[in-house]
Design a protein around this ligand. Structure first.
Ligand code: GDP
Ligand code: MG
Length: 164
């Protein structure tokens, strides 16, 4: 099987930071720093002997908070179509936003396994704030992670690769 993981979510939640960590290759970092708006980036990685392809679906200029309904639909529909597992990323620092809910509403159309990834859980206090995302009523489970430090990403991958 192809073992495709797609990362979706609104701008600035940390999708590309997680992508780089899951791929762990310099090439991915260079692609993301090029400043070119692109639909998606693909990278390869492995965890406990299982190989996967990860898609960073955020196709807009780095640092921009702007995203339109059409882009949300496009990003999520791409993920639903191509992925075997979807990581829906939210940001515990910012909390639950209207855009997160818009993404969640499109994701509800999917029958693919979804995990809610509560990023920027850099401290235990921050990790506890993930509770508010249960209100989304979406996903198999919520995983608090810090894409920056890598904490929690191992536990997340342990679950994800069970689908492969
Ligand atoms: P994207 O737009 O969803 O791809 O988000 P990026 O990966 O570009 O990250 C957006 C911002 O959040 C950047 O300034 C990152 O350094 C920051 N960021 C990403 N992950 C973390 C994290 O785990 N903790 C904190 N504190 N900041 C993070
Ligand atoms: Mg990005």
């Amino acid at each position: 099987s192809t073992n495709i993981i797609a990362i979706v979510g609104r701008p600035n939640v940390g999708k590309s930071t997680l992508f780089n960590r899951l791929v762990g290759r310099r090439q991915a970092i260079m692609d993301n720093e090029s400043g070119v708006t692109r639909d998606r980036s693909y990278g390869h990685g492995d965890w406990t002997g299982k190989y996967y392809t990860v898609i960073d679906t955020g196709g807009y200029v780095h640092g921009s908070d702007d995203i339109f309904e059409g882009e949300i639909n496009k990003q999520v529909e791409l993920a639903i179509k191509e992925a075997d597992v979807i990581l829906f990323m939210v940001d515990v620092e910012a909390g639950l936003t209207g855009l997160d809910e818009e993404f969640a509403n499109v994701l509800r159309r999917s029958d693919k396994p979804i995990y809610v990834v509560a990023n920027k859980a850099d401290t235990n206090a921050r990790a506890h704030q993930m509770g508010e995302f249960y209100a989304l009523g979406l996903g198999i489970d919520i995983f608090p992670i810090s894409s920056q430090s890598g904490s929690g990403t191992g536990e997340l991958l342990d679950e994800v690769v069970k689908h492969f």
